[in-house]
Design a protein. Structure first.
Length: 113
């Protein structure tokens, strides 16, 4: 993943509503959710949702498909995994993680929710 794309992704996620939208879409899985369900799930108005989804689309953090008259949004797992990979590619100096580093990583995973 290129630095420009990483910055765009992090910028898009660095806002409360967009982060909540993205996390909801990750939970929904690859089938995604209709815009109305997203607005309901995160508790924001449709006009605000439209603005935030546009930012996430621009950063390629979500995808959009039309299903009849509805727009379905899904987390872009390829971009998400690329971002995580970029952030962790130099973990432990690029060497396989030691027991200490691996324990720190698993502790951090358990603490995030």
């Amino acid at each position: 993943m290129h630095t420009k794309n990483v910055i765009a992704a992090l910028t898009a996620l660095a806002q409360d509503s967009r982060l909540a939208i993205f996390r909801l879409l990750v939970q929904a899985g690859p089938h995604g959710l209709a815009a109305a369900k997203i607005a309901e799930g995160v508790g924001i108005s449709p006009s605000s949702l439209s603005f935030h989804l546009k930012e996430l689309l621009h950063a390629e953090m979500v995808t959009q498909i039309r299903d009849g008259r509805s727009l379905i949004y899904s987390a872009n797992f390829e971009t998400m995994n690329g971002l995580v990979g970029f952030l962790t590619e130099n973990c432990c100096g690029g060497n396989p993680c030691s027991a200490v580093c691996a324990a720190d990583c698993s502790t951090a995973e358990g603490a995030s929710s």
